[in-house]
Design a protein around this ligand. Sequence first.
Ligand code: FPP
Length: 220
Amino acid sequence: MHLAIIMDGNGRWAEKRGLKRVEGHKKGAEVVKEITAYCANNPEIEILSLYAFSTENWKRPKMEVDFLMKLLDNWLKKELETYIKNDVKFETIGDISKFSDKLKKRIEYTKEKTKNNKKLTQILALNYGSRDEITRAVKKLISKNEEITPENIQKNLDISRDVDLLIRTSGEIRISNFLLWQIAYAEMFFTKTLWPDFNTNELEKIINEFKKRERRFGGI
Ligand code: FPP
């Protein structure tokens, strides 16, 4: 199964506690670690896609953007051994060309070191926006002079695999430009829990609910 999560509510979690927003992101990163370990040990989950930074997140104060970049760099450095230990392959979707050379190198290094890992593929969406992704896919087809068909568009997306289960935390009921093509037949769950409070118990409950849903993919 391909599980995708919109990790929302870090800022509100921090503000509720009188902390700076960035403290919410720090706690959020710990939850990423816990959820990834759980998914690696659940043989039903093959891909975990996490929305970490959208094409719209550049609009945040520079201090917060800089913090998120630094958090990601430190995190990848610190967590490389966990990726290896848990047999998790690290990949990204989105356009990382605008990131600093240092961060780009760290991302490439982590991908290289984990590329043969098998239990789970964890995909971080970084400077990702679905409209941007679909537009880039169509441009690729045009430049290769290939026919514009749904199958060819899908093959040229950053991630071709359809999403089975989409979760968004923090009570917002929207998709915010995440994997628009891939969620065509996904089951969706929206929880009020803020991302820093999300945990494996709640994930397990959602997965159990997901299994009870009857997926018809347009059939009857
Ligand atoms: C949404 O909360 C979260 C983000 C924009 C960033 C997601 C980042 C993390 C979970 C931590 C970093 C991840 C890794 C892998 C190191 P928000 O800030 O929009 O919360 P709000 O809606 O309450 O303001």
